[in-house]
Every structure is written in structure tokens, then in C-alpha cells.
Write a protein that binds this ligand. Structure first.
Ligand SMILES: [Ca+2]
Length: 84
């Protein structure tokens, strides 16, 4: 039996793993604000959680990808709404 790994196509800035960049990701980042390098909210720079990481969320606000860890009841629609 061959097992094929499928990579998630989630946008950068998705911190909570739902493949959308939204207010939940801001809450996630805020809860880890000023954490050191290696924090799950340290998106860029490996320099701790700071404004640089927030700018990634802001730049990708509203972006959505296609999660791979699907389960019954998940919404499979991909948001095509352009970011403001
Ligand atoms: Ca998210």
C-alpha cells in the first residue's frame, strides 16, 4: 500500500490551522504576543512574536486555502472574496 502525503495549501498567517486568515488568528497571535523565537505565532524572522508577524496576518487578511484534515461537517467551500 502506498501512502501519499498531501500538503495543506493554507495561506501564510493562518495560525489556528483552519486555513483561513481571520480574527481567530489575531487572537492566537495576541495570546502569544512578545513570546520568544520558536513560538507557534512567530511567523517570520525567528525573532519572537512582534509586529512583523502581525503584518503577515494583515497582508493575508481574508485569505483562505483548502484544509487537508477534513472531517464530516467541515465546510469545503473556498472563500474567493478578494482582500480589501
Ligand atoms: Ca486561521
Amino acid at each position: 500500500m502506498e501512502i501519499v502525503a498531501i500538503l495543506a495549501a493554507c495561506p501564510e498567517g493562518d495560525l489556528d490551522g483552519n486555513c483561513r486568515v481571520d480574527s481567530n488568528d489575531v487572537k492566537f497571535l495576541a495570546g502569544r504576543w512578545l513570546d520568544g523565537p520558536g513560538s507557534p505565532a512567530d511567523i517570520i524572522g525567528s525573532d519572537g512574536v512582534n509586529w512583523g508577524d502581525f503584518t503577515i496576518i494583515a497582508a493575508n487578511w481574508g485569505a483562505a486555502g483548502e484544509p487537508t484534515g477534513l472531517s464530516a461537517g467541515d465546510n469545503l467551500a473556498v472563500d474567493q472574496t478578494p482582500s480589501p
